[in-house]
Design a protein. Structure first.
Length: 263
């Protein structure tokens, strides 16, 4: 595995690359959670606010606090809802949340846990800031099973002998690992599920340029010789047949977990 820090420092690029995927999986995830309205939420690793916005639009929370280490992402999140209710964004670390214990009704982590250096600490922190009887939940791409959003490109890179960087805590994306993390944090009524989603791109070039915005793919691709870049593109195109209108449809799978604080 290639060791390299994976950073998300461009809110607009992240929106194009992952915003649509995040909302597709996030809608299913929130339907499964079935939270009430008027609750106090914390969105850990909120990024550019795509999932935070989904919470606000669907559940009219009393408040939502988003936490992320990237100031650029937070700037984008603050701009996307200048007149919206409830959301406040903070610079912070998932393993040391800047809030007192029992502060929230719901803590969520959307597509983040495999980027947290110590996932157990991250889950423990979510549990700490949620009141007794509150909910702690997360979903993450099933990259260990080759079901992430960039699977076609990653598979062909590997077939060509290339090893793009992987998420630092990739093992935490497994559904069994999520269940164990929640159990170890002392959560009750733990449930897990898979979330299957599909995204349609206008054409292959739309898919290609969008997906190559992913930070753990881009450096590997940019370092390739021009001839290998063209070969990779040809191989990926062959995996993704277009429909009659030229559109490309791709699938991805996320693993989700939820549990309740005792009390």
């Amino acid at each position: 595995m290639t060791e390299q820090q994976i950073r998300f420092d461009d809110g607009a690029s992240y929106e194009r690359m992952m915003g649509v995927w995040s909302r597709l999986a996030g809608d299913v995830f929130l339907d499964w959670m079935k939270p009430g309205s008027g609750l106090r939420w914390i969105d850990v690793g909120c990024g550019n606010g795509a999932f935070t916005e989904l919470i606000i639009r669907r559940f009219a929370p009393a408040e939502v606090h988003g936490v992320d280490p990237s100031e650029a992402q937070l700037d984008f999140a603050r701009r996307r809802r200048p007149d919206g209710p409830a959301a406040t964004f903070h610079s912070g670390d998932a393993m040391a949340l800047p809030f007192p214990s029992d502060r929230f009704d719901v803590a969520v982590m959307a597509l983040v846990i495999f980027f947290v250096p110590d996932p157990a600490r991250g889950v423990a922190e979510m549990a700490r800031v949620v009141r007794p009887g509150g909910e702690v939940a997360a979903y993450v791409w099933d990259v260990m099973a080759g079901k992430g959003t960039a699977a076609p490109i990653q598979s062909e890179m590997l077939a060509m002998g290339l090893t793009p960087p992987r998420q630092p805590s990739i093992e935490a994306s497994r559904i069994e690992a999520l269940q164990q993390l929640w159990a170890d944090a002392g959560l009750d009524a733990i449930e897990t599920r898979e979330i299957e989603v599909q995204r349609t791109f206008d054409d292959f070039d739309d898919y290609w340029t969008t997906t190559l915005l992913i930070p753990n793919l881009r450096p590997t691709f940019e370092a390739m010789p021009s001839r290998d870049k063209e070969l990779l593109k040809t191989r990926v195109r062959a995996r993704l047949p277009a429909d009659a209108a030229g559109r490309i449809t791709c699938g991805a799978r996320a693993n989700a977990v939820k549990g309740r604080m005792a009390g």
